[in-house]
Design a protein around this ligand. Structure first.
Ligand code: SAM
Ligand code: SF4
Length: 427
């Protein structure tokens, strides 16, 4: 019996890809090893969206230099660029490099080396789904935002057929999954590249009919592709959660233009207004970059003001990190000092911490539906439809259940509550 271990960093797409690799390896007769040392096959699923992520990958690779020759070391994810020869020269210990999603190349390599005890295939369906599963619906990105490496590493947009996705979600629901999160770098452009051009709204309507499935989410949405039709679907389809991830990136029009985002601050605000009018309980999360090339103090202040005005539930804030080969790295000087980027990032984090604490305090005393995803330090944890993390204590096995929890304590990052006895489970 051979064992594998997968180390994953980065976005949800990487997590979903790692899950596909696990399923494929399981089918080929491998077993999962908790510890890297116990594995015969080690897979690193990498991210290079910022320098800090790339550094973690290279440190990991350096630490694995002395890995026994009897182990296979594979590397995938966005670290893999088109110049694999150069990567092989830099990291000779790696046995196989494969691009994101190119699982077939990896499985063929293992079969070719006589490591598979059974004939498996690139699979996208987990045999033992978790309560909440990721489902990739569109790969790649066509947008080429000035700062972003993703389109260069994940290629152009490729939507999966609606039939494929519906079959996968039906199968997940039949085997116990209660929630799916549909993934794409630009999930709301789903379908434009398919022959009959289905939309995300149409896909949501199909998935909403699936028995056993209780919740549907999707991320990440690009503001320029978020249609009124999609907002209307969200407001009408009962399984689609009141939660949207809508990256803003900056609160100044000139910076947005330099970033090549394709919308203005006014357009973004109007979108948020329409969304909040149609779905009053909607929770919004966003991404912001601090210290993009040329960002003045005044322009940064505008981003701060937009966050203060729109009051997002969650904000992911990153200091700008130049990525070789991107438009910004080629054409714009990285002229905001690191210290200043960090100062701006911390200012936004401080602001957001206060806003999130206030929003979450509004849930005190309210009963929320929680999908229980696991147990940590003696407490159950799960998420609300609005994607808030909730902890509660209960002796009974609640894994994978939808339960009602009354919120007793609220902080900026999580909530704590008590399970409502009597009508605990709602499905
Ligand atoms: N597709 C999504 C969108 O439209 O924003 C997000 C995908 S991107 C891989 C995730 C986040 O990483 C971005 O929203 C952005 O805030 C951040 N990011 C991407 N490139 C970056 C860079 N060079 N420096 C800092 N942050 C970056
Ligand atoms: Fe990167 Fe922009 Fe594509 Fe998001 S939409 S993955 S930020 S290029």
């Amino acid at each position: 019996m051979s064992y594998y271990h997968i180390w994953t960093i980065g976005c949800q797409m990487n997590k979903a890809d790692s899950e596909c690799i696990c399923v494929g390896l399981d089918q080929m007769g491998f077993r999962c090893a908790r510890r890297l040392d116990d594995a015969d096959v080690v897979v690193l699923n990498s991210c290079v969206v910022r320098q800090s992520a790339e550094d973690r990958v290279t440190h990991k690779l350096d630490s694995l230099c002395s890995l026994g020759k009897d182990k296979v070391l594979a590397l995938t994810g966005c670290f893999v660029d088109s110049d694999v020869d150069e990567l092989k020269r830099r990291f000779p210990r790696v046995d196989i490099w494969f691009a994101p999603q190119d699982f077939g190349a990896f499985f063929d390599f293992l079969k070719g080396n006589g490591m598979a005890s059974r004939d498996g295939d690139a699979a996208s369906i987990s045999s033992r789904p978790r309560p909440s599963e990721f489902v990739n619906i569109i790969h790649g990105c066509d947008n080429f935002c000035a700062y972003c490496i993703v389109p260069y590493r994940r290629g152009r947009e490729r939507s999966r057929s609606m039939n494929d996705i519906v079959c996968e979600v039906e199968s997940l629901a039949e085997r116990g999954a209660k929630e799916v999160t549909l993934l794409g770098q630009n999930v709301d452009s789903y379908g434009h590249d398919l022959p009959d051009k289905p939309t995300l709204a149409e896909l949501l309507a199909e998935l909403n009919r699936i028995d056993g499935l209780a919740r549907i989410r999707f991320l990440t949405s690009h503001p320029k592709d978020m249609s009124d039709r999609l907002i209307q679907s969200m407001s009408q389809l009962d399984k689609v959660c009141e939660h949207v991830s809508l990256p803003l990136q900056a609160g100044d029009d000139d910076i947005l233009k330099a970033m090549r985002r394709g919308y203005t601050v006014a357009q973004y605000k109007s979108l948020v207004e329409r969304m909040r009018r149609a779905i009053p309980e909607v929770a919004l999360s966003t991404d912001v970059i601090a210290g993009f090339p040329g960002e003045s103090q005044r322009q940064f202040q505008k981003t701060y003001d937009v966050l203060r005005e729109l009051r997002f539930d969650t904000v992911h804030i990153a200091a700008y990190s130049p990525r070789a080969g991107t438009i910004a790295a080629r054409q714009l000087a990285d002229d905001v000092s690191l210290a200043e980027k960090v100062r701006r990032r911390k200012m936004l984090e401080g602001l957001q911490e206060g806003i999130a604490a206030e929003i979450n305090a509004g849930l005190l005393g309210r009963t929320v539906e929680v999908l229980v995803e696991g147990r940590k330090k003696g407490r159950w944890w799960g998420r609300t439809r609005s994607d808030k993390l909730v902890f509660f204590e209960d002796e009974a096995d609640r894994f994978g259940r939808l339960v009602d929890v009354e919120i007793k304590h609220a902080g900026p990052w999580s909530l704590q509550g008590e399970i409502e006895m009597g009508y605990g489970e709602s499905i």
